[in-house]
Design a protein around this ligand. Structure first.
Ligand SMILES: [Zn+2]
Length: 268
């Protein structure tokens, strides 16, 4: 069995003291790859240090996270574009819409999101998307509306931390996207346990979103990729299948998204 953590901020300062041990714990749990979403310019150097040290295991994305969009969005995007032109990344991410904390820069968020979706399509890279609702606005629906309006050819990727309704799950799938399932699936009242019985394993990928959103029994503590197996087991329980089935499907789904340059990393 091998698992792929499709979304983990393992370059975060919370891992500064035990990064090597954390990666060893992940390896012991058969986590073959950890995909690293970028957040902003300030996170690039730490992420790339890991990507350079573990080129087969820690795969970097490049993007500007919506919660980091402010009035400096133009400068931030210029750096993202420069990075995308400079070297290989496995995806554009994480990008999207965040209405939860602050609505001051929503217009800039839309501009950054659209710009980065276009870059992903141009470079034939998948996207890792963050859609967090708030202030009575549904970020998933507004992101899906924008993607459908843009109709970019072959655009694909992951709705990271998917916590939507069954209708929203069907909409994401019909648009050609995978659903990233993480620790929220283990929470009481998480809601996704009502959706997953109706969604085939061929549409799911696993993620921890470490260091955030640790699964039960670590809820509220620091999350790390080694806990991915708890999420795989939770999906297996909800869908009444074996964890090996969940692993086989979600790993194949994740690897199917990788751009050609990374195809030689396929684990056995
Ligand atoms: Zn994230």
């Amino acid at each position: 069995m091998t698992l792929v953590d499709t979304h983990a901020h393992i370059y975060d300062a919370q891992f500064a003291d035990d990064q090597t041990d954390m990666l060893q714990r992940a390896e012991a749990q058969q986590i073959s790859q950890i995909w690293m979403p970028n957040c902003a310019n300030e996170t690039i150097s730490g992420m790339m240090a890991l990507a350079d040290q573990y080129p087969d295991r820690c795969l970097p994305m490049m993007g500007l996270h919506p919660a980091y969009v402010t009035d400096t969005v133009e400068e931030e995007l210029a750096v993202v574009q420069d990075q995308l032109n400079r070297r290989a990344f496995m995806a554009v991410g994480e990008i999207g819409l965040d209405f939860y904390w602050d609505m001051t820069f929503v217009d800039q968020q839309f501009m950054a999101f659209e710009t980065q979706l276009r870059w992903a399509a141009e470079q034939k890279l998948p996207v890792s998307m963050h859609t967090r609702s708030g202030h009575d606005r549904n970020a998933f629906a507004e992101a899906a509306d924008l993607i459908e309006k843009l109709a970019l050819p072959e655009l694909t990727g992951i709705f990271h931390c998917f916590v939507g309704t069954l209708d929203e799950a069907h909409r994401a799938i019909s648009m050609g996207f995978k659903l990233g399932i993480g620790g929220v699936s283990t929470f009481k009242n998480g809601g996704i346990d009502k959706v997953l019985p109706h969604i085939g394993l061929e549409h799911l990928v696993l993620e921890t979103d470490a260091p955030y959103l640790a699964p039960v029994p670590y809820r509220g503590k620091r999350n790390e990729p080694a806990y991915l197996r708890l999420i795989a087991q939770r999906i297996a329980d909800i869908k009444e299948v074996g964890i090996d089935d969940v692993a086989r499907h979600t790993t194949a789904n994740a690897l199917s998204l990788l751009p050609a340059l990374y195809a030689n990393l396929l684990p056995g």
